[in-house]
Ligand binder design. Structure first.
Ligand code: PLP
Length: 430
């Protein structure tokens, strides 16, 4: 077998996997807080109708509309699964390492998968514009791209601390025709309340979500689109894991360990949940590891109801959380910096199905391992994906100690072509 397997384009999965009916205990529903207006009642004013329906669906499989399959093809799906033979040799590990190439993406990350689906549904429903938040900038770029190819306008509220230094990503979004604002901005009530006190406010994902929500709420032609955390977002991303399962069949192998980085959960969920389905329904044994940063180790927070945004406009979600008003220091893997973890992943963690590791905030170990991956396998990963690589390498080294021939699968959720300044800063290369 060669070191890479891909599918034919007509083998791209045409149904998404919805794990909700297979969960070991029922998923706690979103709740309204004791005070104030009903957040749940307001959801239809905020969310794309079809996505809201999917959010609560009890169907195991949901058809990917033909229009979305066409968009997946336009975005270059399917994406290859590689065997990391060079890296294995360098590590002198008996483990077999496989990585999925989500970095084959028009904007650089896996986030295009749900962006395309959401924009397609928004267009069908007659919306003219989508609004959103972005942290690292990958989600904002993905939505800007998806809006462009589906003929929608796009407005992005971008956490100021990142907006200020990722100039290339800003231009990238603007080339797709998106309007982009540093958040907190003076354009919304929530933003203004913070901006007026401090125009240099560094912002947070929670604040930017509030701004995106408020903007769409005030314009009937606009809808809001979220890039992670929610059930339907993870479900759209299962195309990654479903492809990977078919590719493992072709390789004639099957993972013992499934690793991925986790901020809100869309990357981890998209890659791991189809395999989790095998564990829950077919009795497979797999160790799942979610890789995080010590600045936002939400899976080590408390499992409780919390808001998904700063201004408390969303319903309460039962999730592992650090608190919706918590401050988290900036890191280069900024896409992992969010206070809460998706309710689905949180439940599975609470039931003991998912292990987690959090790496120190200087990111040295993470970036050094990413560099090792680059030197051996040749791909430049996004800083967030570097966490997946790091955790996979740590597992492979444990196998070197124990002599176990484990099969380790990880997802490279994005490329780092626009993140070289981050590598420079952490590794001190010229
Ligand atoms: C956003 C992002 C992640 C994290 O995704 P979550 O849904 O927040 O867990 C990982 N990798 C890349 C490249 C990203 O852009």
């Amino acid at each position: 077998m060669r070191d890479m397997v891909n599918l034919r384009h007509d083998e791209v999965p045409s149904r998404w996997y919805n794990i909700i009916p297979d969960l070991p205990v029922p998923l706690p529903p979103p709740l309204d807080p004791d005070h104030g207006p009903s957040r749940i009642g307001n959801l239809p004013n905020l969310m794309i109708g079809e996505c809201l329906k999917q959010e609560f669906s009890q169907e195991n499989w949901i058809d990917v509309p033909g229009g979305v399959m066409d968009l997946f093809a336009k975005a270059g799906r399917p994406r290859p699964l590689f065997r990391a033979t060079n890296l294995e040799k360098r590590l002198e590990t008996p483990a077999r390492l496989y990585y999925k190439g989500e970095f084959y993406s028009p904007t650089g990350s896996h986030k295009v998968n749900t962006a395309l689906a959401q924009c397609w549904y928004a267009k069908q429903q007659g919306f003219k514009r989508v609004t959103t938040e972005t942290g690292a900038g990958q989600w904002g770029t993905a939505l800007a791209y998806a809006a462009a190819v589906t003929g929608l306008k796009c407005t992005v509220y971008w956490v100021r601390s990142v907006y200020n230094w990722k100039k290339d990503r800003l231009s990238f979004m603007k080339l797709f025709g998106a309007e982009v604002y540093a958040s907190p901005s003076p354009r919304t009530d929530v933003g203004r309340s913070l901006y007026d006190k401090n125009p240099n406010h560094v912002g947070s994902l929670g604040i930017a979500i509030s701004e995106g929500l408020e903007d769409s709420q005030k314009d009937p032609a606009a809808t809001y689109s979220l890039g992670s955390v929610l059930n339907h977002v993870l479900m759209h991303q299962t195309v990654i894991g479903l492809e990977t399962q078919k590719q493992f069949e072709i390789f004639g192998d099957y993972p013992d360990v499934v690793v991925s980085c986790l901020g809100g959960g869309s990357n981890f969920g998209g890659f791991a949940l189809p395999f989790m389905g095998d564990v829950l329904k077919k009795g497979k044994k797999i160790k799942f590891i979610a890789a995080q940063s010590q600045v936002a180790p939400n899976l080590q927070g408390t499992y409780q109801y919390d808001f998904a945004d700063y201004a408390e406009m969303t319903p309460l979600l039962k999730m592992y959380t650090l608190g919706h008003k918590s401050d988290m220091e900036p890191i280069k893997g900024d896409g992992l910096r969010y206070h809460g973890c998706s309710p689905i992943i949180s439940l599975l963690r609470n039931e003991g199905y998912i292990d987690t590791v959090a790496y120190p905030k200087d990111e040295k170990h993470v970036f050094e391992n990413a560099r090792l991956f680059m030197e051996t396998e040749g791909w430049l990963p996004a800083p967030e994906s570097a966490y997946s690589i790091c955790a996979a390498i740590d597992e492979a080294l444990k196998c070197r100690e124990s002599g176990e021939k484990k099969t380790i699968a990880f997802n490279i959720s994005g490329h780092g072509f626009l993140d070289i300044p981050g590598y420079r800063a952490v590794l001190g290369v010229e």
